[in-house]
Write a new protein. Sequence first.
Length: 276
Amino acid sequence: MLFQLNKLLLFAFISLSAICLNAQTNKNFKPQKKEIMDTVKMKVEIWSDVMCPFCYIGKRKFENALTKFADSNYIEIEWKSFELNPNLKTDTSKSTAQYLAEQKGLPIAQVKQMIAHASNMAAQVGLDYRLETAIVANSFNAHRFSHYAKSKGKQHEAEEELFKAYFTLNKNTDDINVLLELGAQIGLNTAELKTVLESNQYANEVRADENEAMNLGIQGVPFFIFNRKVAVSGAQDESVFLKALQQTYPEFRKANPIQKFDVIEGAVCKPDGTCE
């Protein structure tokens, strides 16, 4: 038995060697030269909650600042969870106006003025807010959805869809079917996502973000931290975000210089078994 196994291994080795030898001796093969670059990026962490009107506005202002930042390709955005009301019970029968009036003990007329102010701010950055009819929804599942999207490299897209669903489309962002719909829109595996949302996966990650926020003294959102050097609280003007980028990036790049390599490519064997 051992002898047969050794023979099989030897045969596989000889076959692979032959493929590699064939690739190297191929008359059409010509070494090529290309340049590769180290892509270390500076991280910007953003604590937010999907039901926070200033978080979506802050997101858009920050993105506008990025368009004016020459090294925007070297910025990595990481969204962090923050629940404004962890004990909130999702209630599709109530509007946000009713909820705020009850929670804050304010006349509905005053609440509507607050909503109009936030909606006007949103309109200035191109966002269409329909706050009066937004659904009162607990955001814990939305945060778990965001963390799952992060594991697939789609967190920034997920946050955009969550905010739009809540503030513009007035969807119940605590509803699993709504989250599956949003996941499909950004190319996530909905079968896998359904399994995640029906379990308690990523709950620990949400709690870890919230504990970190507490340890950092974060009391409100949005809250932006640039390279763990500069923090910006609130939906500031895009010039404030641009200044923070310009202030922190040079120091980051000095500590993490871009490294370029000239690679002369030749025949190689790859883990998938191909040799060329």
